[in-house]
Design a binder for this molecule. Structure first.
Ligand SMILES: [Zn+2]
Length: 490
């Protein structure tokens, strides 16, 4: 079954068809850089990074754009509070955002345009919307007149009249209709401002995304993504102003990721009890664990981040780590340096000789083809690990050196690597923080390592693995080397 994706615009799963053959343009709304990234800010980037990885795997040439909103009311207020310039605040917060992306393996973004570097395009688009009769200038601001676009409401599936009545913006003498939204805002003294035909001011938030996405991806591109909370008004306004401007379809597919919740509550700056800084989480948790948190369910569903959830995921990932260790012991090759296909078209190279492995691979790809069901795909990876362990046990790979069985096992692990790469998992060995300083721990660990060596000599591999796994749960990794066993504490 070819790739199908759920489109918020049509509320159905549709087959994937690109504007240009073989090419995908993807735009995802990025952060307003007024405070350091909290855990919720990373959900979208990890999900769309995985989507890009999968599209690349399918053979598409993908251009991914994530914008940086570096001028906005929130930035102006926060910079004044901190006694710094808007630019300094924006630069500092952008740096934190980039650091978090890097830590989580989000490395596929091709362009990160800043709003302040696209003022000319925004002014041009605003003027064109006025010329076409969709927008009007008023007291130094420019507004989009929502009554001029009968399709307004088509993305969020809201009735335009209900939108008018429900608009949260108070009607003012400046606006013709309460639901009209700002394309350009006149500035007050002391605020960041750019010259425009309507006087000094700054762009509205929605128009930035239209101007930057169309500049980098063309007037009609393939995928527009963002969090579910952006469907209205942000994306609704983006569609209406872009299509009124170009007369063309703006984005073919609208993909919205579910939001992170903590014990059922949305994570939000206005509820400080729910805010967890990403930099704090990255200090205490392995990036793979955090990536798994975001990918373990379907991307459109909310992700609940509750106490213990990360520990639970981390324990689950030990199954993979034990397999990597076993693989290295048996083959002398590290999983992390193992070469595996990065394109589906290379699949003839990966046919493993173990039918069960091939079945899980097929099901993994079917899950991804079904609207990027990463949760389902991830489940297949666990099954794959179990199948590989069963294979190694049945063929007694530790004791009986059957080269054919070993080659089969190796090919199966190559399949595992091929698929984990798509989810952006296990790209690097786990980072090992400093070992503890007490003197008893090393002695106790030596004792356990020696005991384990003895039970292995007695061929009690189950007990030896049990010792390894239980230590791993406590954060101690054992490494078997030709000269003995070493250990590391995380
Ligand atoms: Zn946007």
């Amino acid at each position: 079954m070819p790739l199908r994706l759920y489109n918020t615009l049509t509320q159905t799963k549709e087959p994937f068809q690109t504007v240009q053959p073989g090419k995908v343009g993807m735009y995802v709304c990025g952060p307003t850089v007024y405070s350091n990234s909290h855990v919720g800010h990373m959900v979208g980037p990890v999900i769309f990074d995985t989507i890009k990885r999968y599209l690349v795997y399918l053979g598409y040439d993908v251009t991914w754009v994530v914008n940086i909103t570096d001028v906005d009311d929130k930035l102006i207020v926060q910079a004044a509070k901190d006694g710094v310039t808007v630019k300094d605040l924006a630069d500092r917060v952008t740096e934190d955002y980039l650091h978090c992306l890097h830590q989580l393996g989000v490395d596929g973004i091709d362009h990160m345009p800043k709003a302040t570097e696209h003022i000319a395009e925004i002014v041009e688009m605003t003027q064109a919307l006025i010329n076409k009769g969709f927008a009007y200038a008023s007291s130094g601001d420019v507004y989009f007149d929502v009554t001029k676009a009968p399709e307004y409401g088509k993305l969020s599936h809201r009735d335009p009249e209900a939108l008018q009545a429900g608009a949260r913006i108070e009607p003012t003498a400046i606006k013709r209709n309460p639901g009209d939204f700002a394309l350009w805002k006149g500035s007050k003294p002391g605020e960041p401002a750019w010259e425009s035909p309507w006087g000094p001011g700054r762009p509205g938030w929605h128009i930035e995304c239209s101007a930057m996405s169309m500049k980098l991806l063309g007037e009609h591109f393939d995928i527009h993504g963002g969090g579910l909370d952006l469907v209205f008004p942000h994306h609704e306004n983006e569609v209406v102003q872009s299509e009124s401007y170009s007369g063309k379809t703006f984005a073919t597919y609208w993909l919205h990721n579910g939001l992170l919740t903590k014990a059922g509550k949305k994570i939000s700056k206005s509820d400080p009890g729910t805010v967890i800084l990403m930099s704090d989480l990255l200090r205490d948790h392995d990036p793979d664990t955090l990536r798994c948190l975001f990918l373990s369910s379907h991307y459109r569903r909310p992700i609940d981040y509750g106490p213990g959830r990360l520990d639970e995921i981390s324990r689950g990932l030990e199954a993979f780590r034990s397999l990597f260790d076993r693989f290295e012991r048996l083959t002398g090759t590290s999983f992390f340096t193992l070469e595996a296909p990065t394109r589906k078209s290379d699949e003839e190279k990966v046919a493993s000789s173990i039918p069960e492995i091939d079945e899980h691979r097929t099901r993994f790809l079917e899950a991804m083809d079904d609207d990027f069901n990463t949760g389902g795909a991830f489940g297949e990876l666990y099954e794959l690990v179990r199948a590989l362990n069963r294979f190694a046990d049945t063929h007694k790979l530790e004791t009986a050196a059957d080269p054919e069985a070993l080659a089969g096992y190796r090919a199966g692990v190559v399949v595992l690597k091929e698929l984990t790469q798509i989810l952006g998992l296990f790209l690097h060995p786990r980072v090992q923080p400093e070992a503890t300083g007490d003197s008893l721990t090393p002695k106790l660990l030596e004792l356990l390592v020696n005991l384990r060596a003895r039970v292995r000599k007695e061929k009690n591999f189950a007990l030896a693995d049990d010792i390894r796994n239980q230590l791993a749960e406590m954060g101690v990794t054992l490494e078997d080397r030709p000269d003995g066993t070493g250990w590391k504490i995380s």
